[in-house]
Design a protein around this ligand. Sequence first.
Ligand SMILES: *Cc1c(COP(=O)(O)O)cnc(C)c1O
Length: 363
Amino acid sequence: MEIPVANVFVGEEEAKAVYDVVKSGWLSMGKKTKEFEERFAKVVGAKHGIAVNNGTSALHLALAAIGAKHGDEVILPSLTFISTANVVLYQNARPVLVECDPKTYNVTADIIEKAITKKTKAIIPVDMNGMPADYDEILEIAEKHSIPVIWDSAESLGAKYKGRIVGSIAPIHVFSFFPNKNITTGEGGMITTDNDELCEKMKVLRNQGQDNRYHHIVIGYNYRMTEVQAAIGIEQLKKLERVVVEKQRIANVYNKEFAETRHIWPPFVPNYVSQHAWYMYAVNVDGHRDEIVKKLKERGIDTRLSFPPIHIQPVYKEMFKFSENSLPVTYAAWSRLVNIPIWPGLDKARQQYVIDTLIDICE
Ligand SMILES: *Cc1c(COP(=O)(O)O)cnc(C)c1O
């Protein structure tokens, strides 16, 4: 038996949509991209959607539009994917890495507030593994200090916080459509906002800094989405709800089974989370993670470690002279977590095999 940790949920609909785009003869940013942007914004309840070539570009575009520059600080959790921090350095600003909560693994308002200085230009909270962080608390702190927020929602498409869908809660949300995310376009990203002015700025920056054809008013980028990506995205968006329902069903079974064990801690989901997006299902296996991962592999079960925290990445460690102990809560959390299989189509029998095997190894 070979059970992957994640799987893409694409089929005939996407294949046909791509065929039609190719036949149409218009391959980059056009009607399909506009349609995808509009449909996406509608699904998450935002006024604008700005489609780009990947999630990292989406983060960068948002930070560039806010005007982060040399001398500015940007607060973000260390427990995230590398691009959340890299885009800060793309702008020559300074990433201020902060801890996570030891129970939710998300950043909190208290942690952020302690890191705010006169130089803080932006805050980038992250919904780790698809679980919304405490939006109200964090947005209140940001508002109190008048600091813009770019929410890295790359992993939380389909999630809900206090009944509100992720994508229109913060002033700016950023999404990724990499193949392991809840919907995919191969590579792709989206920014959502209600702010007209920021939307215009981001659209200009996305398209080589042009406000009109070959009329460049700022130094921009080529972050355009292709029509092929957009066509796939339109079909994928129709499947989003099914993906989330299916992942929730799988998560429910895991939650119930692991609650009765002594060595496996299922994810803690606070009350303010009305829907987890279950990008990943991370269990805390305490002290023997690497051994457990190895034994699972031997028995045909694929796992993934969470992204190692930014502060232990060689390039950041060197640049800022970090050690594991620089952010001990984050390091300890990461070293105990392992992501186990969760994807639409993971059937009961195979899930039961994962459960039985993991419990057997841990006991
Ligand atoms: C996937 C991801 C990104 C970046 O997305 P890409 O589309 O791969 O560039 C950014 N932040 C987080 C938290 C992610 O999980």
